[in-house]
Structures are given as structure tokens and as C-alpha cells.
Write a protein that binds this ligand. Sequence first.
Ligand SMILES: Nc1ncnc2c1ncn2[C@@H]1O[C@H](COP(=O)(O)OP(=O)(O)OP(=O)(O)O)[C@@H](O)[C@H]1O
Ligand SMILES: [Mg+2]
Length: 794
Amino acid sequence: MTSTSPDPSARPSLPEDVVALVPMRNVVLFPHVLMPITIGRTQSLAALRYAVEAEAALGIVLQKDAQVDEPGFEALCAVGTLAKVVRQVTSRDGQIHAVCHGQQRFRLLELVPGHPFLAARIVRIEEPEQTSTAAEALGMQLRERAVEILSLLPGVPAELAHALQATRAPSQLADITASLMDVELPEKQMLLEMLSTEERLKKVLELLTHRIEVLRLSQEIGERTKEQLQDRERKFILREQLKTIQKELGEEEGRDPEIDRLEQAVAKAGMPPDTEAHVRKELARLRRTSGSGAETGPLQTWLEWMTELPWSVPDSPPIDLGAARATLEADHFGLERVKQRILEFLAVKKLNPQGRAPILCFVGPPGVGKTSLGQSIAKALQRPFARVSLGGVHDEAEMRGHRRTYVGAMPGNIVQALRKAGARDCVMMLDEVDKLSASYQGDPSAALLEVLDPEQNATFRDNYLGVPFDLSRVVFIATANVIDNVSPPVRDRMEVIELPGYTQEEKLQIAHRYLVPRQLQANGLSAEQCSISDDALNAIVAGHTREAGVRQFEREIARVMRTAAMRVAEGEAAAAVVGAAHVEEILGPAKFEREVALRASVPGVATGLAWTPVGGDILFIEATRVAGSGRLILTGQLGDVMKESAQAALTLVKANAAALQIPAAAFEAVDVHLHVPAGAIPKDGPSAGVAMFVALASLFSDRAVRHDTAMTGEISLRGLVLPVGGIKEKVLAAQRAGLATVLLPARNRKDLHEVPEPTRSALRFVWLETVDDAIQAALGAGRALQGRPQFELM
Ligand SMILES: Nc1ncnc2c1ncn2[C@@H]1O[C@H](COP(=O)(O)OP(=O)(O)OP(=O)(O)O)[C@@H](O)[C@H]1O
Ligand SMILES: [Mg+2]
């Protein structure tokens, strides 16, 4: 008999090794397991009908992709389970369910076409008759685990546990457990395909153990939450009972000591009447909801904030100008003009305490004493000092806070600083106003404007507080490294006081009076135990620091001091006297020395001066020529303005070739390469024109630039030297770098008075009207005629 179309008259039958298949989208049936299966597809219905009529086994097999409607051979998994259809049920919505009992695994060989259902040739996979001892042992473990997991799962019928207990054959046990487990389909299928009993047991055991861990954990967490909930409920009930008892006893209604404390604090805080009324209303609300409700915590925090802010106006101590002067003198060396301005500021405040004093803004490189001057002012005024760091603030909410309804809302940094200071008339330093930046979260400088504007700051609004706070009594002081980065409206409200940085001599004095004593104390040394000679201090400044301020200097002093302290502590010496030689020993060889002499000793290198936010620096401009076609190559990350300056400088050298005694042929068949190293300095701006011109002139006339000379200035194509900015910082940088002569545009002569006197007399200044002056000063006229190449004379 063939297996083609079924014979309608007889009972349909298929050959022994062919079965009707029901492909499953999301169920894996295991042997020994009873499971209802929903059948929807027409072919599957036909298969079911056949199996029932022929009393044949149905092949249940997982399809690889649940989306496929008519799976072919490739789309089916290789191993399935033969099932006996125990019962057929049609549910109320017309769906047909077959309750299947898994019998035995089979492997799919091929599909057999020509049937109204999927039919396939298969081989049955027999279970091993004998079980190994290892499998027995694993089976026992598995049984224990399975019973354990059932006890952890809520709502599992007790029969299931009994059934598991009763199952003896390990292979059977593995299949039943695998079927019950809540694991991903591919994992289930994998278990089905695992034919070795031992292997399958191991895998099931492993999965089960993991599941138990997870269940245990989640149960523990659940219980803890429940306990917490119960605790809260218990407290609530107790509180209610307490209220009732108090009422019975005729006592006042449930007083919470915490709320009482807040109420007293409100009474004492000295808030403006409107604000106090608002706060009392909130307090009453807290009393009503006392202890329960999600709002209590945040409300309480808000009330804490409100009561702890310095609302009342204190009696500011009178300003004693003499004492103030003494404080300023005691804390800072030099800075005469700055101190003078601060005293004027204090004098005006003394005469008119309510008046609008300007807001001072200290501008200068790092470590020149801006922040510490602010602290001195607070000390001189005998008021608390508060610091608000604006560096990196780019969200208005950081200054103004978030509304109270936000989760975890806090007041902005102004109000926070006020609370810390604890006084409404504190000195508040707005540090680094130049580092404020706008972002999509709003522009914080708008809030800053409101803070600084005396017209508005009496009603400064912090979103968290929700009520205005009067900032008019706060003495604001701002600091910035670069005033150009401060937004113009903010700048407009402040009076800028510049601190340009210190000369070597000033640094020495600062070290003597402040840094050394401070570090001695910090390192637990007395002045007798350790001293540092002037030579040593000078060596530190010149060789180990390159800064306008004194921060690095102080750090290096500290390092030297630590070494000395160690020697004294180890008993190596009773006292240490640090000389210049020790400095090299402790800090290593000088880092910044000789660079100038070294670099500038060949033709084509000029020393320029650059202005930087940290106080001016020297930079080398190097020019060289290579065989080529007349190109100008520029490297060193130059900005556009600087590139144009370089072009102009080269043209100017060519135009003045004769005067510079450069043969015209020198420019032929060469490329000129101009390089400005010193990576950290932003290199744009026109002020390197003179230096580039000199470097190129030096290169083509083959004369080295004087190595003790630095220069700055812009050039015009006609050879005029034009003025530039940052003279003071540049001159100080030149002195720091150990240079002797500085070439400056003649039209900057008016700026020289800004340079402190000791520096002015330590350097030689040459004022440049034209580039000829620069050549004269930098290359030296006398040397020009010596060593000229002979061909020039021809
Ligand atoms: N003239 C001075 N006299 C005494 N000490 C000084 C002087 N200038 C600066 N200092 C000291 O230098 C250190 C650094 O100063 P400060 O922190 O005020 O610098 P800053 O200008 O605020 O720098 P930054 O811009 O980096 O914030 C402080 O310990 C300060 O006491
Ligand atoms: Mg500072």
C-alpha cells in the first residue's frame, strides 16, 4: 500500500515511519508531559483529525520562526515529540484545543507531500533502558530542587509536587521539570534535543538552581517591602490612637515635636510678613498631613530651608577703615592700587551703608590672589564670606533652583551660599564669572544679571523657595580670568580691577612674608628648623615655575619643605637650610631655563610674546626654507588672522630684500616653512606680525636674532608697526623668561605705565615705528655686513 491520498472509505493510515505533523509556534512538548495545544491552521486541523481518526500519534514539532505560516522542512526543528491526543475541546470562541500526552522523541527525516496536512518521515528515538548511577544521583538532586522551587512559587497545586516525588526514572524527571520551567523557547528546544540523560539532567539542574536563586532573592525583597509597608501602617495607626488618647485626656491635638520646633523657628526667622504668612500656611498643612502622605518629606525639607535662611537684617558692625587697611596689608603683599580701590569702596560703604556700591570684579591670571582678596574684604568688613563657583554652570536652575514639585529639588547656588554664610549682609564671591556658559537649559547669566542688579535683587526669586529673597544687603564681588569672556551686560554692572601678575621680585617678597611661613606651619616646622635662601627661592621661580601668580611657586616651596621636614624628622639634621643647589637636588634640573638661548641661536628663529588668559607667555617662531616652488607653509595650529600676518610678513621681507641685503635669487625655487610651536597657547591674533617678519628676515639674511630679545607688534604692508594689546602681561612674561630686551610698537608706549616699576627698570625697551627698527634691534645692524655671501657683491 502506498502512502498517497487517503482512502475515504477505509480508516486512513500512513506507513509506520510517517506521521502527521503539527508545527508549533511557541510550545515545546516533552515526553511524559500532558499539555493542551491550541490548533488553528487548516493543515494542523487536518493533521489532528487524521490522528484522532486513525488513532495514530501526532508529531509535535517547534518551528524555528514563529512568524512563518506554512513552514517547510527547513523551517522546522530537527527533533519533536510524538503525542497521543487524549482529548479534543472546542472552546466557546470556536478555537480547537487538543490535550496531548507526550510519548517519545523523534527526529525529522523529510516531509512527505500529497497529504492535506504536513506529513513527515521520522525515526523514533528510544530512551535508554538502563540508567547510570550518575544519572540516578543527578535525578535525586533534581527532584529535591524541583520540589523546592515549587514551594517558592505561589499557587502551585500540591499534586504537582506529589507527581514529581512519584516520578522515578531520571530521564522522565528531567523532561517533566524542563517542561515546567519558565525558560526561553530555544533553551527548551535545546533540552529536548539533548538525548543523553545525564547531560540533560545536568543542564536542567543548572537552570533550576539559577531560577531558585532568582526566586529567593525576589521573595526576600518582596518581604522586606511588605515589612516596611506594615511598619508604616502600624505607625499610622499608633499615631491615630495617640491623637485619640490625647483628645480623651483633654490635651491639645497631636503635637509633633518636630513641627513645634519648625514653628518656633518660623517665629524667630524674621521673615517678611507675606513670606511668613505663606510659610505658616504650609506649616499648618504639614500638621494636618503629619507623618503620612508622600508630600511630608519634601514639605518638611522646604520648611527647614525657609527657617534656616538669614531673613532678618543684622546690625552690621561699623566699618573701621584703619583696621580694614591693616587686614588688607596683613594678607597681601603689594597690589597697592587694588588695595587702594578696595579701601575707597569700603569708605563709600561706611558713609552710605544703604547706597549702591559698585560691584568689584577682580580680573587676572590664576593664583594672583583674587579669591583671597575677597576673603580679606570679608574679614575687613567683619562679615561672613560665601563663595559661589560659577565655573561650568550652564543651567539657569543651578543658580535659581528647581521648583519644589521636582523630585529632589534644591535651591540654587546663591541661596545655598546664603544659608552657609548665615547672614544677609555677607560678602559673596561670584567666582569665575567668565566660565559661565549658556545652554539649552537656559542662560544662567540672566539669573546673574538679576543678582547683580540693585534694581532687581531686592526681590530675587529662587524657584525652590517660591518667594522673593532680598539680596540687596549682600556685598558681591566677582572674579574672572578673562574679562572678554564675560557677557557684556554682566560686565557692564561691575567695576573691573585688574591684577596683572607678579614680577620675580614681588614673588620673592610674597614667599618671604606669606608662602614660606604658611608652608612651615603646614609641615610642622619652625623657622629655626628650616629656612630657604633667596637664591633658592629665585631658583624655584625662574627654573620651576612659569606663571603669573604664585600657586605653582607655593606648591614647589611645599615640596622642598617636605623633603626638609623629612630630614629633620629622621634626625638627619637638626635644621635644614635650603640653598639653590638643594633646589636642583629636590626638584630636579630647572625646567624652564635656557630655552630661549637654546632655541634662538640659529638664524630663522625669533622670540615672540603672546597674551594668554593665564598671563602672557613667550613663543618661538621658527622659519626655514626648503627646495620648492615659492610656497609658504604654515604649521603650529595658527588661526586665520595669524596666517594672514605670516603672508604679510613674507611679502614685506621680499619687498625689503634689498635693504635687508638679501639677494633676489634667495626666494627662487624655495618653499618657506613657518612654524609656531608651543602647543598650549591659543595662536590667533595679529600680534606676532613683527616676530614673524624678523624670523623670516633672519632666515633669508642668515643672521641669528639676538637671543635675549623678545618682540610683539602687528605689521602693515608698508612696514609700519601697529599697536597690540596685553602689553603688561607680555612684558611680565618676557621678564619671567629671563629676557633682557623687549621690542614693542611705539604706539603702545602709553601702556607701559601699567607695567610694575621693578620690571620696567629691569628690562630694556625698544620702541618700534617701522619694521626697520625691529631689524636694527633684533638682528643688529653692525653684523649685517660681516660674513655676507660673496656673490652679493657681484
Ligand atoms: N599678593 C599676595 N600676597 C600674599 N599671598 C598671595 C598674594 N597673591 C596671591 N597670594 C596667595 O596665592 C594663593 C592663590 O591665590 P588665590 O586663590 O586668591 O588665586 P586666584 O586669583 O583666585 O586664582 P584663580 O583664578 O585660579 O581662582 C593664595 O594662597 C593667596 O594667599
Ligand atoms: Mg580663585
